[in-house]
Write a protein that binds this ligand. Structure first.
Ligand code: ZN
Length: 299
């Protein structure tokens, strides 16, 4: 179809209450109802007099949405306010490509479209989901909440989390100490998410942003190691593989393994059980980290 490089089944569901809505909401509803994108895709609008409904992925993730587009790989929900046809079209198109890329990369099949909720209006203090300027995964549903001008970004990163949740994959890689700033971060998984996000950005024809800008992952990792004194602060990074306790370094390490030491299948065995490192790669975890750090010196 025109804006999308892929065939999408599109569906718009517009339900819920108009009563007491603000001016911007009314404008938003008018924008949605007058949408050329929707018309051009032959989308039917149900109950235009009640355009909002609630999306609940889990008890702690219950949010009002105005617009729903069903794709092949994702089911996309848009919260009220701030949307244009172009932005919705761009997000759906890049998300469809990104989700397919992430699934293919991981070699994990997902039997139904994964849910993505996008929000581009800054939440008020009493909003049930105060997140702003980032993303997260609730169950297998991804939520991305940031200014429209910063999009599209984070989509593939969150998609990888969601696919891993769907496949019930959880690494036993150690976390930093509980009292640390990033105490509950699962950095091997974050590294995998950032790597696939980075590789997608490098090959997609769509505009897409990553935290790495124009820099290579390994350059960012090298800088991060220097900046943090090789993660020597035990209170922050612990004593087990401290050099990997950041997004940048974990992503670079996973990339190093995939570039030089085997397939994604090999890596996923180690992802599932870090104690299989030596069995899979023939090198202990500590020796592999040393090899990776020596490799980084060229960057
Ligand atoms: Zn993440």
């Amino acid at each position: 179809m025109r804006k999308f490089g892929i065939v999408l089944a599109l569906l718009v569901v517009l339900i819920a209450l108009l009563v007491g809505c603000s001016g911007s909401r009314e404008q938003d509803i008018e924008t949605i109802l007058a949408s050329e994108l929707l018309r051009s895709q032959g989308i039917e609008i149900n109950e235009p007099e009640r355009p909002y409904y609630r999306f609940s992925a889990r008890e702690d993730f219950d949010i009002e949405v105005a617009l729903h587009v069903l794709g092949e790989h994702g089911s996309y929900y848009f919260t009220p306010g701030g949307w244009t046809d172009e932005l919705i079209g761009d997000l759906v198109a890049v998300s469809e490509d990104g989700l397919r890329f992430a699934k293919d990369f991981l070699g994990i099949e997902v039997s139904h479209p994964l849910s993505f909720v996008f929000n581009v209006t800054e939440p008020t203090d009493d909003h049930p989901m105060p997140m702003w300027g980032g993303g997260g995964v609730f169950g297998t549903s991804a939520y991305i909440s940031m200014e429209a001008r910063l999009l599209p970004s984070l989509i593939v990163h969150e998609a990888v989390h969601a696919i891993l949740r769907y496949d019930e994959r959880q690494s036993n890689f150690p976390m930093p100490p509980e009292t640390a700033l990033m105490g509950h971060a699962m950095f091997l998984e974050e590294g995998l998410c950032d790597l696939i996000d980075f590789l997608f950005a490098a090959q997609t024809e769509h505009p897409y942003r990553t935290n790495y800008g124009n820099n290579h992952l390994h350059i960012e990792a090298s800088r991060t190691l220097n900046r943090r004194n090789n993660f020597a602060d035990e209170a922050e990074f612990g004593t087990r593989y401290p050099e990997l306790m950041s997004y940048e370094t974990a992503a670079s390490f996973v990339y190093f393994l995939l570039e030089h030491h085997g397939t994604i299948g090999d890596f996923m065995r180690v992802f599932d059980d870090i104690y299989l490192m030596e069995e899979v790669y023939g090198v202990s975890m500590y020796d592999m980290i040393a090899k990776w750090m020596a490799y980084l010196e060229q960057f």
